[in-house]
Design a binder for this molecule. Structure first.
Ligand SMILES: [Cu+2]
Length: 456
């Protein structure tokens, strides 16, 4: 009976019907809990058993948190799991003590204990939260959810849909998660990939839509390792934000939209399809397009398409870094299967349980990759000398990619680096603290691809 209730709650959360609004600064009352606990969820198609997951508040994904820009988010994290955990607020330019990285910004919260997260959210946009203690396993088991920071003047759309894309590695007979989270093949190759891909905790999500309806779609890649390559059919529009940060002007949606692990994109689209269906499709390993989210079209929201949307309002503190003054840094990414590391180097690494290095070092260790002064501009070149792509994520600050022609790209918190290529990013180190810099293919992060910078 309990399982039925949990599943129904999970479904409702998936439909965005139970959006929770954060309590805003009231010191007299205890903060709203956010509870890590076991739950059952119907991830696999109907007819398959439910899957036991680790959840926030019993739902998969966790509850959708919505907070007005500039407000305080307060949550009492309650750990009802039997392992330590912590919560990271991904992409939020946050006070370092609230960043949730066990071992760097706080101690992991033991079973039965609590931790009060309390911080101001400076930027509007699409963010997410997830476990940052043994995250390779804990995120794969379900500990993630959307965090939406609302603009004071939201764009004029008919509906705002959060689409949290994920995959799960399930035993095809029992629909339970494959429990080996440290398989050397995952650690040393592309990471842990699921065999079932879905959205908002379900395989094959279907939403209803009306012709000429205008939708804001907030796509979040919550998968451990999967790079989503997406295209739209029967929907056309613009991308208006990347990794939470508004673009200066709405841009055409690329024919193939690439979303690396942890990246987000905000789209404003109109339902323009002639048929009864529109879809977000995903390019599969079989080189075929598969439906990721289907939209069943019935009725009309208006007779005609509307004009192009206005840009989203800019967030504060988006000034580009001063490249001329920037300190150059280089971070070599090495190791992994089929890489150029020598056999003896590789064997040495594997003895420490690692397969990868960042800047010549496996794991965060005691000393930072770089010691930076507050306000210092930095250009950081990632040299990907491996046979795999890596989604490099910096906590606490957004960066801009330095493009080939020297111009700066949009603000992001995660950049997808490709095998054998180098990618330079630039940022102003304006947020003091110890900030993790790691690959968001979480098996890679666990096997050496975690580093940090110190801003003082
Ligand atoms: Cu990686």
């Amino acid at each position: 009976m309990q399982n039925v209730t949990l599943t129904r709650r999970a479904v409702l959360a998936g439909m965005g019907a139970t959006a929770l609004t954060a309590r805003i600064g009231n010191a007299a009352t205890a903060p709203t809990p956010l509870t890590a606990q076991r739950a059952m969820a119907q991830i696999a198609p109907e007819g398959y058993p439910q899957t036991e997951v680790w959840s926030y508040d019993g739902t998969l994904p966790g509850p959708q948190l919505r907070v007005p820009q500039g407000a305080r988010l307060q949550r009492r994290f309650v750990n009802k799991l039997d392992v330590p955990s912590s919560v990271h607020w991904h992409g939020i330019r946050i006070d370092n003590a609230m960043d949730g990285v066990a071992g760097l910004t706080q101690d992991a919260v033991p079973p039965g204990q609590t931790f009060d997260y309390d911080f101001v959210v400076p930027d509007a946009g699409t963010y997410w939260y997830h476990a940052h203690t043994n995250s390779m396993e804990q995120v794969a088991r379900g500990l993630s959810g959307a965090l939406i920071i609302e603009e004071p003047d939201a764009p004029d759309v008919d509906r705002d849909e959060v689409l949290l894309l994920d995959d799960w590695l399930l035993d095809p007979d029992t629909a339970q998660l494959e429990p080996d989270f440290t398989h050397p093949m995952d650690l040393s190759h592309g990471g842990r990939f699921g065999n079932l891909v879905g959205t908002n905790g379900h395989y094959a999500l279907t939403l209803k839509a009306k012709r000429h309806e205008r939708l804001r779609l907030r796509l979040i890649n919550a998968a451990n390792a999967r790079i989503f390559v997406l295209r739209l059919t029967g929907l056309s529009g613009w991308q208006v934000a990347l990794d939470g940060m508004s673009l200066p002007a709405p841009e055409p949606i690329p024919e193939e939209l690439i979303l690396a692990p942890a990246q987000r994109v905000d789209l404003i689209v109109d339902v323009t399809g002639d048929g009864a269906q529109a879809a977000i499709e995903r390019l599969g390993n079989d080189d075929q397009w598969h439906s990721q989210v289907a939209f069943e079209i019935s009725g009309e929201a208006s007779r005609t398409r509307r004009d192009a949307p206005a840009p989203l309002p800019p967030n504060p503190n988006m000034a580009p870094p001063d490249l001329a003054q920037a300190r150059p840094l280089e971070m070599k990414i090495e190791g992994g299967a089929m890489g150029r590391m020598s056999r003896s180097q590789m064997q040495g690494l594997m003895q420490s349980g690692n397969f990868w290095t960042l800047g010549g070092k496996a794991g965060p260790g005691d000393t930072p990759f770089a010691q930076l002064s507050k306000g210092e501009p930095v250009r950081l070149r990632f040299v990907n000398d491996t046979a795999f792509p890596h989604a490099m994520h910096l906590h606490g600050m957004h960066f801009r990619e330095v493009l080939e022609d020297g111009r700066l790209g949009p603000m992001r918190d995660t950049v997808l680096t490709f095998a054998g290529r180098s990618h330079e990013v630039a940022f102003t180190a304006d947020n003091p603290g110890k900030w993790l810099l790691h690959c968001h293919m979480l098996a890679h992060a666990a096997a050496g691809m975690s580093s940090w910078i110190d801003v003082t």
